[in-house]
Design a binder for this molecule. Structure first.
Ligand code: ADP
Ligand code: MG
Length: 245
């Protein structure tokens, strides 16, 4: 479904992505791991069309989205759901309005149908009846759930999660991972998840891709990544410092 080839991006003199390539198969969960500041969010922002590459291609269903502009890009992005790093809810809006936001923005939905879809999306993440509350009135774990409900309310074919569990305690981390897995089983979207929760995130992954020095240096099923003989991968998953081997 997604085929990234030779993706290259610099900010001024800083090379963040260096000919990065990665294939993401339809209906799978792909996890992107790598050191903080290594370019995972920058990579995700290219996939959702927020950044334009200096070089390379980002094929989504056979279309190079890095060449699209305006309405054509909007149309592709309508088929995406995004959970941004930190959740990024609108604090001035109720949970209901947060979840309704993409429906109001992307597709014209009659008010009664809109209410039904928002309530259904909240129920899917275990938050029945919290629509009237504001983000400040609910717990951190609930806010992550609202962010996930907002990403899924348009029934996207591809969902991007950028560190969806940041700041949660370990029990809640696993709850959110299993919520993602459960929703994935029900809706069969293609998921790309950036995560630093290692090894917990491996439990829900079909494929793990390790980003290092601007490239995907290793990709495979979780067991293969855990058994990798690549010292960069081993050090990272064991939580050892990068001594620049
Ligand atoms: N809009 C931007 N302008 C300039 N530099 C950026 C921008 N976004 C990210 N960077 C830089 O790119 C690098 C990778 O950042 P990021 O993708 O956020 O890392 P992470 O892997 O932690 O998500 C960092 O050095 C960051 O400062
Ligand atoms: Mg990031």
């Amino acid at each position: 479904m997604i085929k990234v080839e030779g993706l290259t991006k610099s900010f001024g003199p800083q090379k963040v992505l260096r000919e990065l390539s990665l294939d993401v198969a339809t209906g799978t969960i792909t996890i992107v791991i790598g050191r903080s500041g290594g370019g995972k969010s920058v990579f995700l922002k290219h996939l959702i069309g927020l950044f334009r590459p200096d070089a390379g291609r980002i094929m989504v269903d056979g279309v190079d989205i890095s060449r699209l502009r305006g309405r054509d890009l909007d149309e592709i992005r309508r088929t995406y759901g995004v959970v941004f790093q930190g959740g990024a809810l609108f604090d001035s809006m109720s949970c209901f309005d947060n979840v309704a936001f993409p429906l109001r923005e992307k597709v014209r939905t009659p008010p009664d149908e809109l209410a039904k879809r928002v309530e259904a999306a909240l129920a899917q993440v275990g938050l029945e009846g919290v629509g009237a509350k504001y983000p400040a009135e609910i717990s951190g774990g609930m806010r992550k759930r609202v962010a996930i409900a907002r990403a899924l309310v348009t029934e996207p074919q591809i969902v991007f999660f950028d560190e969806p569990t940041t700041g949660l305690d370990p029990v809640l981390v696993n709850t959110i991972h299993h919520l993602i897995l459960d929703l994935h089983r029900r809706f069969r979207f293609t998921a790309v998840v950036v995560s630093h929760e290692i090894p917990e995130i491996f439990e829900i992954a079909d494929t793990v891709a390790m980003l290092h020095e601007g490239r995907i240096v290793e990709v495979g099923p979780p067991a293969a990544i855990q058994g990798s003989t690549n010292p960069v991968v081993q050090k990272f998953i064991k939580g050892e410092p990068d001594t620049g081997s």
